[in-house]
Design a binder for this molecule. Structure first.
Ligand code: SF4
Ligand code: SF4
Length: 372
């Protein structure tokens, strides 16, 4: 199996303000090119694109190709599970949404310390094991967003799990929150296969700020490859990584990603050094480690547009500039930052453990306080 996977969390949109408006025609072209170039792995999940990702995948892939032509991964939304009966109910719904009889890879979604307690309580791992035994899931695992100690505990208590999906990218490798490096080493110690998510950190490593980008451009002879290629090849250079998921948003991105992953070349020693230099520049500039996964939006009772507001906060941290026009656009169909109810539901689900409420306060002070 070729090692680049097609993540379906950031598909092309017809209306950039509405994440349910997936551009199906472009998506189909992307699927065609992906398969044509010999890649087969697709990854979806229940909540992606306001719950439209699974059905879009059915239209773009499942209805158009035989089942043995691709490998499909889906995930149980454990955050929504409140009883043992929810597991089979969600799973059946997912099979229907995707239009398949089984999944090749099936994961408990967004596992962490708190969610582990609930998953144990309602028999999530036993359900996973049943899926494996009945052939409804060929391989079982979980995606994980917490510290290495928690990962170690879960893998020790559940050796039946075959793989883990981890957030791994060069910026998070030594990070205190994502702990990419420590989590990877923990999974390897337990003999698990590793699937990588967020190799480009939600696009952060695809669009480098000026200083880091100049360094990147001067490193390569013109024309330089894309900054995303360095991030994806970094993850793919780790020996125990089976699949690197990239959430591709356009045919152009897919063309770029597949071009260097067809004949994969690991990073050279000089590129490892380049990564270190870029990391230290980024660590000085990025304020909020948001990956734009949009999970918080699903939970927010008043739909505060958290990821886009944090994008503006990061932009301000790097450039010192405010773009009121963007704030108007981003808040058009959403609550403003100052309207936040401080309920904390968003922080409970955020895989990056971001103190969202306090950053929203900072953002509101910056964008909603009239200039003196
Ligand atoms: S704390 Fe604010 S932003 Fe977070 S879920 Fe509650 S209302 Fe939404
Ligand atoms: S704040 Fe957290 S949950 Fe919300 S989009 Fe950013 S990383 Fe995802």
């Amino acid at each position: 199996m070729k090692r680049l996977g097609f993540g379906t969390m950031r598909l092309p949109l017809l209306n950039p303000e509405d994440h349910t408006t997936i551009d199906l025609e472009q998506y189909k072209q992307m699927v065609d090119l992906f398969l044509e170039r010999g890649f087969t792995y697709f990854d979806t999940a229940y909540p992606y694109h306001g719950e439209c990702s699974e059905q879009a995948l059915k239209e773009a892939l499942v209805k158009r190709y035989p089942r043995d032509r691709y490998v499909l991964a889906d995930k149980m939304p454990i955050i929504r599970v409140t009883s043992a009966e929810d597991y089979p109910r969600y799973f059946k719904e997912q099979l229907e949404r995707c239009g398949v009889e089984y999944f090749d890879y099936y994961l408990l979604h967004n596992m962490g310390r708190d969610r582990y307690i609930n998953t144990q309580k309602f028999g999530g791992f036993e359900f996973l094991q049943q899926l494996k035994e009945t052939g409804k899931a060929k391989h079982i695992g979980f995606s994980f967003h917490d510290d290495a100690e928690t990962l170690d505990q879960i893998l020790t208590e559940h050796p039946e799990v075959e793989f883990v999906q981890l957030q791994i990218n060069y910026l998070d490798w030594n990070g205190a929150v994502a702990q990419s490096g420590k989590c990877y080493e923990t999974a390897v110690r337990h003999g698990k296969k590793v699937m990588v998510m967020e190799p480009v950190k939600g696009g952060t490593l695809a669009k480098l700020p000026e200083q880091a980008n100049s360094l990147f451009q001067s490193f390569y002879p013109a024309p330089a490859p894309s900054p995303a290629s360095l991030a994806i090849r970094y993850a793919a250079s780790l020996l125990e990584v089976e699949i690197i998921l990239s959430g591709m948003s356009s045919l152009e991105q897919l063309d770029d990603n597949t071009s260097y992953m067809q004949e994969f070349k690991p990073l050279t020693e000089a590129e490892w050094n380049l990564v270190d230099e870029i990391t230290s520049i980024l660590n000085q500039t990025i304020k909020v480690p948001c990956t734009s996964c949009r999970y918080c939006l699903e939970e927010c009772p008043i739909s505060v547009n958290i990821p886009d507001y944090f994008g503006l906060l990061n932009l301000h941290a790097v450039t010192g500039q405010k773009t009121n026009m963007y704030y108007q656009r981003f808040s058009m169909n959403h609550a403003k930052a100052s309207e936040c109810l401080k309920c904390g539901k968003c922080e409970h689900i955020c895989p990056q453990h971001i103190p969202i409420r306090s950053f929203l306060e900072e953002f509101a002070a910056l964008y909603e306080t009239p200039a003196a």
